[in-house]
Design a protein around this ligand. Structure first.
Ligand code: IPE
Ligand code: IPE
Ligand code: MG
Length: 230
């Protein structure tokens, strides 16, 4: 197979701006979150149909528990609905669905849905969709270090990568943040060392395939030097 360096292997997205999108429409924040879930399908289809193997989405951070209870409950509920509805559809398309983050604190019903997604999709190879839920980059790094120390293993860049939630996956070539903020908000801190970062003011519910294609075109024209001189 021809290797195409112009095509990323892995795209990661901080899906931000749902709340503001709703507020502009004088609607509750939950309305924006529901609209945001619809965009996931469109963008995931676009990513996989362009031959990009891996998509990682930031859905709920370890800090998002600090939001009002009503909003947190709404997000947990949307996540459950997403897993219930999408697992069979992703399985049909051959997409592997992973949930990355500390899922141990989630309720039994959600845990069962996560296990079901794993069982139905873990062998599939048409693409990998990672949903980061109760995910924090620092927590992930500390967990990996504790894991290696607990097993008495040597700590190298390779063993460390393999102890992260993203074990075995390529690092993201592209990190996109919608919603206009220029920050990482504790997302994939280890894995984004050499990612090309795109910040867009577009609010997540307004993000389109067209804008994704513009980012892909810019990426294809980018000189990735990795510290070297060209
Ligand atoms: C991103 O949208 C979704 C989550 C963090 C769950 P926000 O809810 O952060 O939307 P804004 O940033 O308040 O507009
Ligand atoms: C980052 O967005 C987390 C997710 C998209 C899930 P936030 O809206 O929580 O980030 P901050 O608070 O603006 O840094
Ligand atoms: Mg936000």
């Amino acid at each position: 197979m021809k290797s195409d360096k112009a095509l990323p292997r892995h795209i990661a997205i901080i899906m931000d701006g749902n709340g503001r999108w709703a507020k502009r429409r004088m609607m509750p924040r939950g309305f924006g979150h529901r609209e945001g879930v619809k965009v996931i399908d469109r963008i995931a289809d676009a990513v996989f149909s362009r031959g990009i193997g891996c998509l990682t989405l930031f859905a709920f951070s370890t800090e998002n528990w600090k939001r009002p209870e009503e909003e947190v409950d709404g997000l947990l509920d949307l996540f459950k609905k997403y897993l219930r509805k999408k697992t069979p559809l992703l399985a049909e398309k051959g997409i592997r669905l992973n949930v990355l983050g500390d899922t141990s604190v989630l309720d039994a019903e959600t845990l069962a849905l996560i296990s079901d997604a794993y069982e139905k999709t873990h062998g599939l190879r048409a693409g990998t969709l990672n949903i980061c839920f109760n995910y924090g980059g620092r927590a992930e790094i500390v967990r990996a270090a504790a894991k290696l120390a607990g097993e008495g293993r040597e700590i190298t860049e390779q063993s460390f990568s393999d102890a992260l939630y993203t074990a075995g996956m390529p690092d993201p070539d592209i990190l996109i943040r919608t919603g206009g903020e220029h920050r990482i908000s504790n997302f994939l801190l280890y894995q984004t060392a050499y990612s090309e970062i795109y910040f867009t003011g577009t609010l997540w519910p307004d993000f389109t395939e067209k804008e994704l294609d513009e980012i892909l075109a810019d990426f294809a024209a980018t000189d990735r030097r990795y510290g070297k001189v060209k």
